[in-house]
Design a protein around this ligand. Structure first.
Ligand code: HEM
Length: 499
């Protein structure tokens, strides 16, 4: 039961001894909060006893009120809140905040009921479990918790993150919303795009991106069935973590010129590995490293387990340490020959085999993050008043918003077109026909993401430069949107792919 007050009663409480205000028909007692308010006490004293709804929303996001719910003491009798509240799992009512297929007025040929069920369940899961932890870990730079990994493993979200394939057969997804054998590229798209909404770029990479880009090498190229099953099960059940170790200080995208060496022992039972890997996503904490090495016959790929001679050091990056980006050194590391993935000297095929999925994933994440930026800008433009008008009433702002919306809609439509091609083609045909289009999509969507982030900074002004408060998502997107032009192959190189 909330207590009801009249506006006159609130008005009596207008001094520092008892300071109340009204926000969206709710009554807040700010007396004890005066000294703790991050915006200072004087601004609160100025609104003592008054309706502070406009002042509040001119500066804060709704989530602030949820965080300080204990300050709420009641509501104004016969008045109803006007601000819409979203519950975990809800779609956003903001125009263009959701991909068109989720808008009730549009139809799409690509999505069926199973996609809608999965979207709903993933949205609820992300809002409830992923987003709160992502925000916390993004700020603290800590590793994702084992509890969340375990929760994702039990719901088979870890298995979905690797993409469609036999590993999903007989898996019950998110308490029965989907049978794993029906999982297709559009389900994959949904999982990716929903998880991005946690709005924490470092954490997004920390949330098993290493596994997405490396475990497929074990699934498709391990030469021993029992070995493969062990590794895949350990990773999909959340007990072990795995990452891809290809790039090096001397050779980033230039995979053919790596310097990490693997020499076979005289008895032919082991390789001895020496070398350094750089920018290894999740490397700081991983148990397994899918590692590109030079053997006497050319480029090869080995699964190396953390142990004697393997050292990892975190690299400070422009995004959060929650990504676990590492420098990895191998010094006389003894690796059994059974850990060879693919044939010796045929490592290029192993490395290339996952690039299409990785680049497609990077694009889908980048496009969804851009949409989140658009949503933030639309909300802010309606909340924020300046020069006596809301931002949305200024033509210069509306023009920016129109540009941003068009870029997001166009890239999502292209992404869905390519996702449809993925759903129709064999793996072999995907490799032949889609490497070029996916490369171009990644190049273009990462450029659009940077443009959208730049425009958003102009809309948010100084707030886009600070990591807390209203502009935090814009600050994060602006700082990190350029990464997608580099990860999974630099855009200058993949832009050269012809078809
Ligand atoms: C229940 C009432 C309020 C709560 C819980 C609250 C909480 C906060 C918090 C957490 C911040 C830090 C930035 C952020 O996270 O957004 C902040 C900043 C601020 N608040 Fe409040 N606030 C309240 C009411 C008000 C009101 C009524 C005003 C103005 C009359 C005000 C003026 C400010 C200012 C000027 C800042 C600094 C904003 C900036 O960085 O741009 N606050 N407040």
């Amino acid at each position: 039961m909330t207590q009801n007050f009249t506006r006159d009663e609130v008005l009596q409480n207008n001094s520092e001894e008892s300071l109340w205000c009204i926000i969206d028909s709710w009554v807040y007692d700010l007396t004890e909060f005066l000294d703790a308010h991050p915006g200072g006490r004087s601004v609160l004293v100025q609104v003592g006893g008054r309706d502070a709804t406009d002042d509040f929303y001119n500066l804060h996001r709704q989530a602030v009120l949820d965080r300080y719910i204990h300050l709420r003491i009641g509501s104004i009798a016969d008045e109803k809140p006007r601000v819409l509240r979203q519950k975990p799992g809800d779609l956003s009512p903001v125009p263009y905040a959701e991909p068109a297929w989720l808008a009730p007025q549009f139809r799409s040929p690509y999505y069926n009921e199973s996609h809608r069920r999965l979207q709903k369940a993933m949205r609820h899961f992300t809002d409830t479990y992923v987003r709160p932890e992502a925000q916390e870990k993004e700020a603290s730079g800590q590793k994702i918790s084992q509890e969340l990994i375990q929760r994702m493993a039990s719901a088979n979200i870890l298995a979905m993150r690797v993409g469609p394939g036999e590993h999903l057969n007989n898996r019950n997804i998110l308490n029965g919303v989907l049978d794993g054998k029906d999982f297709d590229p559009f389900h994959d798209l949904i999982v990716n795009q929903e998880l991005v909404r946690a709005a924490a770029r470092g954490f997004w990479d920390g949330n098993m991106v290493g596994m997405i880009i490396s475990l497929t090498a074990v699934m498709h190229h391990a030469n021993n069935a029992a070995f493969k099953e062990n590794i895949v099960e350990a990773c999909l059940s959340g007990q072990k973590t795995i990452c891809l170790a290809v790039s090096e200080p001397f050779a980033g995208s230039d995979v053919a010129n790596l310097r990490t060496v693997a020499e076979k022992t005289a008895d032919g039972k082991h390789y001895i590995v020496n070398g350094t890997k750089k920018w290894i996503t999740n490397g700081t904490w991983c148990d397994y490293f899918v590692t590109a090495v030079k053997t006497s016959t050319g480029l090869s790929v080995l699964l190396i387990e953390r142990g004697e001679g393997v050292e990892t050091k975190p690299i400070k990056t422009a995004y959060s340490a929650a990504a676990g980006t590492a420098l990895v050194t191998f010094e006389d590391v003894k690796v059994p020959v059974e850990n060879l993935l693919g044939g010796e000297g045929r490592g290029i095929y192993v490395v290339l085999s996952n690039f299409n999925h990785e680049r497609w994933m990077v694009s889908s994440a980048s496009i969804r993050m851009s949409r989140l930026v658009v949503e933030e800008c639309l909300k802010w433009s309606h909340q924020r008043a300046i020069f006596g008008k809301r931002l949305i009433d200024q033509p210069v702002i509306r023009e920016k918003l129109a540009k941003m919306m068009a870029l997001v809609e166009a890239t999502q439509a292209w992404l869905e077109h390519i996702t449809y091609q993925l759903s129709q083609k064999s793996y072999q045909d995907q490799s032949t026909d889609l490497a070029g289009p996916i490369g171009l999509l990644k190049m273009y969507s990462s450029r659009c993401a940077r443009e959208i982030a730049e425009l958003a900074v102009q809309i948010f002004g100084g707030r886009a430069l600070t990591q807390g408060g209203m502009g935090n998502i814009i600050e994060m997107a602006h700082r990190t949107s350029g990464f997608d032009a580099i990860l999974g192959g630099s855009e200058d190189i993949i832009g050269k792919l012809k078809r």
